[in-house]
Write a protein that binds this ligand. Structure first.
Ligand SMILES: C[S@@+](CC[C@H](N)C(=O)[O-])C[C@H]1O[C@@H](n2cnc3c(N)ncnc32)[C@H](O)[C@@H]1O
Ligand SMILES: [Zn+2]
Length: 361
């Protein structure tokens, strides 16, 4: 066995040559940031929530939910070796947890928080998972099938998510919004509305945390956040709308991503609470976590962004520091921010025509 320490727990992991889904039991140290975020977030919920860690692997995430956030956790994995390892890792850390060995889609019970962390796509689990919620709850979902969500495998995205992706410079944002839209549609069919509390893209995966509340009106309200992104591959203009726009001002026909979540990706209140909680939490590099959460909190809520090099090439501008670009856009009266999707990109409510007049007039 290998031994890893993460957060406040030390776990055993069967030896492996390289990290793949074919390992006896899967533990990916690269996903520590993903786990840190969810643990920090659950520290901001009322204590002693009932959490289902539906695909728990070694149990590292589940054990940390108990020790670092004070919740009750059922840790499940379909792999019997994983279920045994969860129990022995719990014993090793003297943590009280219920280990289960079931198909996630066959679990009964009611939970306040359900965490779905599969290999690849979560689509087979999101719809049936809705049965596990009470009147309200929190759903956490990881997706690593970014090639589908971001448009490299368009047919896979249509097949799995029932959504058209868009292979553009901002395809990771479109992918995240397709995933959120999928979660919102599954929830709505069970009469739940969703509010994203923290959703992000990092290191080739997407992670969404949403608050779910029962109610037909709430479900209808969520559906109003679904819409189209209209993209012109001739002049690079982009916009969003409830119904598709057909023709760009340049005369070209728009391509679309649809349906995508066009609303907020995060709750500022939750992000502020997480920022207050960071110092007390086991989140590895605290400064990196603070920078990441602050970046998310300050993002302008527009469902796409601009890469500064892309804009420079479209408008035939010399390269300029991102801070200079942001200041010029703000000075012209537009909202503008950096974005967590890319260190060279920005979000703004300025259109391509606005950007052209700001930078070329
Ligand atoms: C990416 S790993 C989970 C990693 C873990 N959550 C962590 O943070 O370390 C995915 C896990 O899902 C399990 N799994 C796959 N299909 C499942 C199913 N239908 N029900 C429950 N677990 C499943 C696999 O055995 C694997 O351990
Ligand atoms: Zn155009």
């Amino acid at each position: 066995m290998y031994e890893f320490t993460e957060g406040s727990v030390t776990i055993d992991v069967p030896e492996y040559e390289i990290q793949t889904s074919r390992n006896e039991v899967f533990y990916n140290p690269v996903m520590e940031f993903n786990r840190n975020v969810s643990i920090l977030l659950t520290r901001c919920l009322p204590p002693e929530r009932d959490i289902l860690c539906g695909m728990a692997g070694t149990g590292v995430r589940a054990l940390r939910y108990v020790r670092e956030a004070g919740h009750h956790v059922d840790a499940n994995d379909i792999n019997p070796l994983a279920a045994r390892l969860i129990s022995s890792n719990a014993e090793k850390n003297d943590i009280n947890i219920t280990a289960m060995n079931k198909d996630l889609n066959l679990i009964d019970g009611k939970y306040d928080v359900v965490d779905v962390d599969p290999f690849g796509s979560p689509v087979r689990y999101v719809h049936p998972i809705m049965r596990l919620f009470k009147k309200e709850g929190y759903l956490f979902v990881t997706a690593t099938d970014t090639a589908a969500l971001c448009g490299s495998f368009k047919n896979a995205c249509v097949r799995k998510y029932g959504a058209l992706p868009l292979k553009t410079a901002y395809c990771h944002e479109v992918g995240l919004r397709i995933l959120l839209g999928y979660v919102a549609r599954c929830a709505a069919s069970w009469n739940y509305g969703v509010t994203p509390i923290m959703s992000f893209y990092k290191d080739h995966y997407m992670r969404v945390h949403v608050y779910i509340r029962r109610g037909k009106r709430r479900a209808d309200e969520s559906m109003r956040h679904l819409g189209y992104i209209n993209h012109c591959f001739s002049c690079s203009h982009r916009s969003h709308s409830h119904t598709p726009e057909c023709t760009c001002a340049c005369g070209n026909t728009f391509n679309h991503a649809n349906p995508v979540w066009t609303g907020k990706l995060c709750s500022e209140t939750m992000l502020d609470e997480m920022l207050q909680e960071v110092q007390q939490a086991h989140v590895g590099d605290k400064e990196a976590m603070i920078r990441f959460i602050t970046l998310l909190r300050d993002e302008v809520s527009i469902p796409y962004h601009w890469d500064s090099h892309e804009m420079a090439s479209i408008l035939r501008l010399p390269a300029a520091p991102l801070e200079t670009i942001l200041s010029k856009i703000r000075d012209a009266g537009h909202a503008c921010s950096r974005t967590h999707f890319s260190p060279t990109s920005f979000k703004t409510d300025a259109t391509l025509a606005d950007l052209a007049s700001i930078f070329t007039d």
